[in-house]
Design a protein around this ligand. Structure first.
Ligand code: UGA
Length: 489
């Protein structure tokens, strides 16, 4: 099939490339000409493990192209809309990018083409967009096909989904979309690449060669093919919000349990493990930490809260989740302060800046908020992140070059708030720890687990390690003569 993806952010780029990999002829469009030029020159604007390899394979097959306009698209079978839907100050999702894409598609698409919304849109939006299309005199059908990809494991998540949700207003659309995912249904050989395992610790590098999707699913106790859930447009939209909100709720819940473990003498690691073994609960998203961040959970739950408000319906649970997550950074700083006595004039090494490991994204990263509060309380920070320092360097250069708008999405929180200064960015963890009163681990990068803690001890002024992600090997850290503190015990 001939498929076009509009918007080459995380969702659009990964989905477009992987659809091409599954055997379709894919065109990825972005209004940002610079981004398209980069992609055409082999530069990938985001960091996503293995994506570059897949892009090269698809380009070599002549099955993938990038363009910044809507030329030569009259023969497309479907247009996927994968543009951003940022939250407006009022809490609503801004759909102007989606409507812009619709207008452009209507200029070029043939009547048989299908428009598929992959961007996260509030319930009722797809129906309204379908009406908008009809009002423009077009008979093109609209479908909704939400994505469930996690940054850092998006490629694997795409190939091995738990389910594919298809929201439709017309039965024939469902078959067309199922056909796009046909390789997953037929279990054909889909990959000869070395992929990271689809577990919660992508960087645990449990490498595996996936040669057959069905075999892979069988070995991992997954159903032979992903479930295809065909439903109406609005339910499909709600499924996306419900999924993200439920996962966010799980995290907020376990974080609160972690606080109580600290006060009762229990330990959150064993608690999470044991609770997660209950199949009714499940072990995923039960890792306590400094709070959830990223471009999805915080945005989607606020948008959903706003939808509740608009519909005059109570959102008591969601309200509590938002409140609980907002309180996390302050709680984390209080913990650091208690361990150090006071913060004024203290030098703190911050290890990890991205909102989780395996991504170059620090939108809504709890690390940024924690740094902000630490500084307000008089502490000095020195920061290292395997990705963050690279980006900040890059960002600083970008500022001198106008019109590279496509990248602002990565850096908006950093750029607007200026939380970290360039001179605070270190080249490695040892440099960040130099003469510091404590090393605080804020992102669970696997590289940090491999640090030489004897060297870290030599760098630090005071032998204090604070692991806010519960991921370091406590024995290894203690053996190096360091005092190890974490959350939830
Ligand atoms: C999330 C969802 O997991 C995807 O299914 C969804 O497609 C995506 O949002 C989206 O809407 O586009 P993502 O934001 O990439 O994906 O990252 P997650 O792995 O879900 O992590 C989100 C946040 O929760 C991170 O800050 C992470 O550190 C935190 N987290 C996650 C925890 O604190 N504990 C956990 O056990 C799991």
């Amino acid at each position: 099939m001939k498929l076009t993806f509009i918007g080459t952010g995380y969702v659009g780029l990964v989905s477009g490339v992987m659809m091409s990999y599954l055997g379709h002829q894919v065109t990825c469009i972005d209004v940002d000409e610079n981004k398209i030029n980069q992609l055409n020159n082999g530069l990938i604007p985001i960091y996503e493990p293995n994506l570059e390899t897949y892009i090269n394979i698809c380009k070599n097959r002549n099955a993938l192209s990038f363009q910044h306009n809507y030329e030569n698209l009259s023969d497309q079978d479907a247009f996927f809309i994968t543009v951003g839907t940022p939250t407006t100050p009022s809490g609503r999702a801004n759909l102007s990018g989606v409507y812009k894409a619709i207008d452009s598609i209507l200029q070029v698409a043939n009547d048989q083409a299908l428009i598929i919304i992959k961007s996260t849109v509030p319930p009722g939006s797809s129906l309204a967009i379908q009406e908008y299309i009809y009002s423009k005199g077009s008979d093109i059908k609209l479908a909704n096909n939400p994505e469930f990809l996690r940054e850092g494991s998006a490629v694997v998540d795409f190939l091995i989904p738990d389910r594919v949700v298809i929201g439709i207003s017309n039965p024939s659309s469902a078959n067309k979309i199922k056909d796009m995912y046909r390789v997953m249904i037929n279990g054909q050989s889909a990959s000869l690449l070395d992929l990271d395992a689809n577990d919660d610790r992508v960087y645990k590098a449990n490498h595996e060669i996936i040669t057959d999707l069905t075999q892979y699913r069988k070995k991992n106790n997954l159903s032979p093919t992903p479930d295809f859930v065909v439903t109406d447009l609005t339910t499909s939209e709600m499924i996306k919000y419900a999924s993200n909100s439920f996962l966010a709720t799980k995290i907020a819940f376990i974080n609160e349990m972690s606080d109580l473990c600290e006060n009762t003498g229990a330990n959150i690691k064993d608690l999470s493990f044991a609770v997660g073994l209950d199949r009714r609960i499940g072990s995923c998203f039960l890792k306590a930490g400094p709070g959830f961040g990223g471009s999805c959970f915080p945005k989607d739950i606020v948008a959903l809260q706003n939808i509740y408000r608009e519909k005059n319906t109570d959102s008591l649970i969601l309200d509590a989740v938002i409140k609980a997550n907002k309180s996390r950074p302050t709680k984390m700083v209080r913990k650091i302060k208690n361990l150090l006595g006071h913060l004024d004039g203290k030098q703190i090494a911050i290890l990890g800046l991205t909102y989780k490991a395996g991504t170059d994204d620090f939108r809504n990263s709890p690390a940024l908020e924690i740094i902000d509060i630490l500084k307000k309380e008089g502490a000095k920070v020195r920061v290292f992140d395997p990705m963050g320092s690279k980006i900040i360097d890059y960002v600083d250069n970008l500022r001198k070059i106008p019109n590279i708008a496509g990248h602002e999405i990565h850096i908006e929180s950093y750029q607007s708030e200026r939380i970290v200064d360039l001179e605070e960015i270190c080249d490695d963890a040892y440099e960040a720890c130099s003469k510091a009163n404590a090393a605080v681990f804020l992102t669970e990068w696997v590289q940090f687990e491999k640090l030489d803690f004897i060297e870290i001890k030599k760098s630090l002024k005071d032998p204090l390690i604070i692991d806010l992600r519960l991921f370091l090997d406590a024995d290894k850290v203690k053996k190096a003569g360091l005092n190890y503190h974490t959350i939830g015990s």
